[in-house]
Design a protein around this ligand. Structure first.
Ligand code: FUB
Length: 353
């Protein structure tokens, strides 16, 4: 396991290096950007950040030592509730914990594992999108609704119709809302093709096209898909979809933000432990691969969000340094994100060198 991790880190470093060579016009030596642990008192991961009512709100998943140590299919990520955090200054300000805003027992259809969530605002109501395994151990995406960004969130009685897999993230764009989702292996994305469950979940071979994340426009009431989810295709510089053997292919943790009129699709590469991004001209893509946002952190997973606040751009992410490297006990962090003049993102070192 240790060797596999070392190899993955070396591959990631090599991938970053080759990107740096390909992008000679911008200096892409990973930056040692100072990062702040946002809530040292408890383990919080997968932070999704948004500005609501003039404040930064952060919606993480809540890691804890549940006694489940088996990492098969991510069983050890056995989360049972969500907290909400807010701050007026992510760099130095007080971070308020608004406490538990939704818990497993309140969700009638859910069995276990409240993984990475996101929240969107529409017409003064707040909608939390969260994955959980249903009573048959299949990941579905649920919605919970609140009157305030800090909850409490009341879950709908059923998951979204036709939903599957994990890691929902919502983009508001010109009055429409788009939900991105999907995650491989423990996230079960490989068990679906064309939005239908298949008999045996299979991961493509290294020379086959990588499995894509999915995107769908949300219904006007924000509670369902308004359309069949579509694949989020990532193209290489020649216009070909990334292959599954590419260390930069999508694995989980989709996030989309807009910068200078372009759509930035960012994601975790999972097995190669990077955060990467691709740029497109509309919310559906296709997106063209650009580079690495964050090199590997301590811990197996890497997961993030990107948000502008008071004129600066921030990367919210997590690592397992405070827990001594336990992958299921992660701590949320924030650091500044910088762009090059051409709109590409400066790579940040996940572990300071
Ligand atoms: O936190 C549980 C899972 O780990 C998330 O849903 C994935 O993105 C990974 O961070």
């Amino acid at each position: 396991m240790k060797h596999a991790r070392t190899l993955a880190v070396m591959l990631a470093a090599a991938a970053t290096l080759s990107y740096a060579t390909a992008q000679e016009k911008s200096d892409d030596t990973p930056l040692n950007t100072p990062a702040r642990y946002l809530f040292p008192d408890d383990y919080m991961a997968d932070p999704s950040a948004h500005v609501f009512e003039g404040k930064l709100y952060i919606y993480p998943s809540h890691d804890w030592e549940s006694g489940v140590t088996d990492p098969t299919d991510g069983n050890h990520f056995n989360m049972r509730d969500y907290h909400v955090f807010s701050t007026k200054d992510p760099e130095k300000g007080k971070v308020t914990d608004h406490g538990v805003v939704l818990s497993l027992e309140e969700i009638p259809w859910a069995g276990r594992q409240l993984w990475a969530c996101d929240v969107a605002e529409k017409d003064g109501k707040y909608y939390m999108y969260f994955p959980a395994k249903d009573k048959n151990d299949i990941f579905r995406i649920g919605v919970a609704v609140a009157d305030k960004p800090y909850g409490p969130f009341k879950p709908q009685p059923h998951p979204m119709r036709g939903s599957y897999s994990i890691d929902p993230a919502v983009l508001e764009d010109n009055g429409s809302y788009y939900i991105y989702f999907g995650g491989l292996q423990g996230g079960q994305l490989q068990r679906f093709r064309d939005n239908k469950a298949i008999e045996c979940g299979t991961i493509p071979g290294k020379d086959e096209e990588a499995l894509p994340a999915r995107v769908a426009r949300l219904s006007d009431d924000m509670l369902e898909f308004a359309e069949e989810p579509r694949p989020v295709v990532i193209l290489d510089a020649e216009g070909n979809p990334l292959k599954n053997g590419d260390p930069h292919r999508f694995f989980e943790a989709a996030w989309v933000h807009k910068y200078n009129g372009k759509y930035y699709f960012s994601y975790s590469t999972g097995t190669t432990h990077m955060l990467c991004y691709a740029i497109g001209d509309n919310p559906y893509g296709p997106f063209t691969y650009q580079g690495v946002i964050l090199t590997p952190v301590v811990g197996w997973t890497t997961h993030h969000s990107i948000c502008q606040y008071k004129g600066k751009w921030y990367l919210f992410f997590h690592d397992s340094t405070p827990s001594g490297g336990h992958s299921h006990l992660r701590s949320m962090k924030v650091c500044e994100l910088q762009y090059n003049p051409d709109g590409t993102i400066r790579t940040i070192a996940g572990e300071p060198r």
